[in-house]
Design a protein around this ligand. Structure first.
Ligand SMILES: NC(=O)c1ccc[n+]([C@@H]2O[C@H](COP(=O)([O-])OP(=O)(O)OC[C@H]3O[C@@H](n4cnc5c(N)ncnc54)[C@H](OP(=O)(O)O)[C@@H]3O)[C@@H](O)[C@H]2O)c1
Length: 227
């Protein structure tokens, strides 16, 4: 799959899935700007432009970061919204702050980054969001998480409709469990072979970035591994 100098901004680009996606896009020939809240990793991002210290839930910071990405890449063809987080918390004994936090980190970051990217994206542009397969149905302890990721899914559909006339596609991937070091540490007795490898999800992201996906928009695509 060739991305042929496609200019791609990737949020959450310093995290587990983000780093793998940055590398996969670079390997496919894209030019990449990785945007993150913390400091960029010291290794492995050498061919990407790294823009750190950005709180993407803040509209002004998102606007500045996407403008910096577009300037560094000479324009912007695609945005991949990977920034996100997870909390397990039951309502009894839980805090409303957790609902605000997950809304802010999982949904507001994607909305603010997308709004900022729209100033730059041309016809044929791409926006790819990361939802969650677990948000297809609520479960004990994941109310705030699934509500925020459900928001990502409805946002994806709404923006896809809004942007049909501009020929910009908007899709979301719904992973089950990613095979990341934090997940292995949290669930040491699980069968890791059933999980989705970040590289497998990055491969799907590269497909959605490519010209081969031009007929797909408004799709919510489960990427479940064998879970
Ligand atoms: N891991 C899974 O099993 C799983 C399953 C389903 C869906 N997902 C989704 O997949 C995505 C990637 O997951 P992951 O495991 O790679 O997570 P991760 O390693 O924690 O990476 C997420 C990245 O997002 C960044 N971020 C958080 N808030 C931000 C903000 N306000 N502004 C800018 N950047 C921000 C984080 O930066 P800081 O570290 O500096 O905060 C981090 O680098 C997330 O959207 C997650 O919800 C993951």
């Amino acid at each position: 799959m060739q991305l042929d100098k496609l200019r791609v901004a990737i949020t959450g680009g310093f995290g587990s899935l983000g780093k793998t996606t940055v590398q996969a896009a670079l390997d496919a020939g894209a030019r990449v700007a990785a945007i993150g809240r913390g400091d960029p990793p010291t290794e492995g991002m050498l061919r990407a432009t790294c823009i750190g210290g950005v709180d993407l839930a803040d509209a002004q910071q998102a606007k500045k970061a996407l403008a910096a990405a577009a300037e560094a890449l000479g324009g912007l063809d695609a945005l991949v919204n990977i920034a996100g987080t997870f909390r397990y918390e039951t309502l009894a004994g839980g805090s409303l702050d957790t609902w605000d936090l997950l809304y802010r980190i999982n949904l507001r970051t994607a909305v603010a980054a997308s709004q900022a990217a729209l100033e730059h994206l041309p016809a044929g542009g791409r926006i790819i969001n990361i939802g969650a397969a677990s948000a297809l149905k609520g479960g004990a302890g994941v109310g705030a998480y699934t509500a925020s990721k459900s928001g990502v899914m409805r946002f994806t559909e709404a923006l896809a409709e809004e942007l049909k006339d501009r020929d910009i596609t908007v899709n979301a991937l719904l992973p089950s469990i990613l095979d990341t070091p934090p997940n292995r540490a949290d669930m040491p007795n699980a069968d890791f072979t059933q999980w989705v490898k970040p590289q497998q999800l990055a491969d799907v992201i590269v497909f959605l970035l490519s010209k081969h996906s031009s007929a797909i928009t408004g799709a919510l695509i489960p990427v479940m591994g064998r879970v």
